[in-house]
Design a protein. Structure first.
Ligand code: S3P
Length: 170
């Protein structure tokens, strides 16, 4: 069983992956970390040195390599489902969970961790909310295709794991 966690930056995908992995007794992975390990460069530095187009191409390639992981919870990057055929591929190759969070909650969480996120690193605090509202509007088309959608602000990991298991039984 492979579970892909998708959602906006700051919605808690990596933390949820670790917590779910404990409940379901499966290893957890983080696509951003896999990227940094493979290409030996931090994502921020990668965007600086190359560009987003190349990042998306390599990210999609790495995502497809997760087909080699027999069992696991995989936290993806915020943009992963929105490029190439990635959301379709994840839906075909695992169970997808969208951790949905309201823009205001995302702003609160990103205020202190902007620097390592190249897409918002240079945004002033007052620019964050309108930016996130607009990009969430565009990304929702992809996020909403997930098999399961849960509320990030009050994530109940046990209830989520039950939903995943019941979907698997179908
Ligand atoms: C991105 C989100 C980041 C990382 C990259 C691009 C995005 O991952 O993949 O900076 O497009 O939303 P997190 O969602 O883990 O911050």
């Amino acid at each position: 069983m492979r579970v892909y966690l998708i959602g906006y930056m700051g919605s808690g995908k990596s933390t949820a992956a670790k917590r779910l992995s404990a409940v379901l007794d499966l290893p957890s992975y983080d696509l951003d970390v896999l990227f940094e390990e493979r290409y030996k460069i931090e994502i921020g530095a990668f965007f600086h040195r190359y560009d987003e187009t190349l990042f998306r191409k390599l990210e999609s390639g790495l995502l497809k390599e997760t087909a080699n992981i027999p069992q696991g919870i995989i936290a993806t990057g915020g943009g992963t489902p929105c490029f190439y055929d990635n959301i379709h591929w994840m839906n075909e190759n695992g169970i997808t969970v969208y951790i949905r969070m309201a823009p205001v909650s995302i702003v609160e969480r990103l205020k202190t961790s902007k620097k390592k996120r190249p897409l918002i690193a240079n945004k002033a605090e007052h620019e964050l909310l309108p930016y996130i509202q607009e990009s969430l509007r565009q990304r929702n088309i992809f996020y909403s295709q997930a098999h399961i959608i849960v509320k990030g602000e009050s994530l109940d990991v046990k209830a989520l794991s039950d939903k995943i298991l019941s979907l698997l039984r179908k």
